[in-house]
Design a protein around this ligand. Structure first.
Ligand code: DC
Length: 337
């Protein structure tokens, strides 16, 4: 006897969603394992407590899996578990230890990163569009890594400012790069940016670093070094990356691409609140001008400018709350999987 496992998620607790997801999961298990009906001895489903609208065993029977016993039960509620998830164990007569394909679909792919393909979500857009908050939420919900690429350019800018180097001076910046040691570490699920051995995660958030980061990120040598690091991280594990050129340059093959934008006044207001929450006082009009200048610098630079990838979906967050934006993106992702 061998057991094949699988799991999937649904976007909403509706009978249609559950039936569709159960059928897709079982079809895929049978197809990938070249399984015949008579090889199946029984199915055991479990579902998270947020699903009520359809019994998965009933859904399986209705879509043709009525040739072996079916049973379903509810899982205990555990903190941080994947939402709206259906799991299955399929008992088969294949000899114990047979090589089988366990199937993890949709959002459940994050449950088994070891056997699921690596996928990346690219979120590009101008400063203050809300992309970092959205990226953090998506990474949390899908249990994948969040890589804030802006932090890397900010760290380069901080080093230049500390060493009295003009971030616009290509030669000086190029020389500085030789001695730059940048590491991205993760502690308790959050990113720490480590510059020359020092954790600069807070220091790079200072307002003066923002404009310098925009200027320094225009240099080809800086971009090449940062993009190489970003590609390496994204090839090792599934991540949500936010930046300016992720979908267009860093990961043109990313599975999901979004371009998050908002009106510059709204963005300046958000940035002001963020800085105030960090204890920094700033003038709204000055901040708005600065944001527009950054947009201009980021969009007009020669190497990988801020640009919407052709296949990215544009989301304007000017009049939308975070929850709404996250739900919209998740539903677009779900529809593409
Ligand atoms: O997202 P942020 O504000 O932390 O980014 C700081 C600066 O870094 C931004 O003005 C442009 C630059 N940047 C970039 O050029 N490419 C990226 N992928 C991310 C940020």
């Amino acid at each position: 006897m061998t057991i094949i496992r699988g799991a999937t998620t649904v976007e909403a607790d509706t009978p249609e969603e559950i039936s569709g997801a159960v059928k897709e999961l079982l079809d895929e298990i049978f197809r990938k394992n070249k399984l015949r009906k008579e090889e199946a001895d029984g199915f055991l489903f479990s579902l998270t407590t947020d699903l009520h609208s359809r019994h998965p065993a009933k859904a399986a029977r209705e879509c043709g899996y009525d040739f072996a016993p079916l049973f379903a039960c509810t899982e205990p509620e555990t903190e941080g578990s994947l939402a709206r998830c259906i799991r299955v164990m399929l008992f088969t007569e294949r000899p114990a230890g047979s090589a089988v394909s366990h199937i993890y679909l949709r959002g459940a792919r994050v449950l088994r990163k070891d056997i699921s393909e690596i996928y990346n979500i690219a979120l590009d857009g101008p400063a203050g569009s809300g992309k970092s908050t959205v990226a953090r939420r998506l990474a949390e919900d899908y249990h994948i890594l969040y890589l804030d690429t802006g932090a890397m350019y900010r760290a380069c800018a901080l080093k230049a400012l500390r060493e009295g180097i003009d971030p616009k001076d290509a030669r000086a910046v190029g020389k500085m790069l030789d001695s730059l040691r940048l590491e991205i570490r993760y502690r308790d699920g959050s990113q720490h940016t480590v510059l020359d051995g020092e954790d600069v995660s807070e220091a790079i958030r200072k307002n003066e670093v923002s404009l310098a980061a925009s200027a320094i990120s225009a240099h080809k040598a800086v971009r090449e070094k940062m993009v190489k690091m970003q590609r390496k991280i994204a090839s090792d594990m599934s991540c949500v990356l936010d930046g300016r050129d992720i979908g267009s340059t860093v990961l043109p093959d990313a599975a999901f691409k979004f371009f998050i934008t908002a009106d510059s006044r709204v963005r300046a207001m958000r940035r002001m609140k963020e800085l105030e929450s960090r204890g920094q006082k700033v003038d709204f009009e000055a901040l708005r001008k600065e944001i527009e200048l950054r947009d201009k610098q980021d969009s007009e630079r020669e190497f990988s400018p801020l640009k919407k990838a052709e296949d990215a979906v544009v989301i304007d967050t000017s009049e939308k709350g975070i929850e709404e934006v996250v739900a919209e993106i998740k539903s677009l992702i779900q529809s593409k999987i």
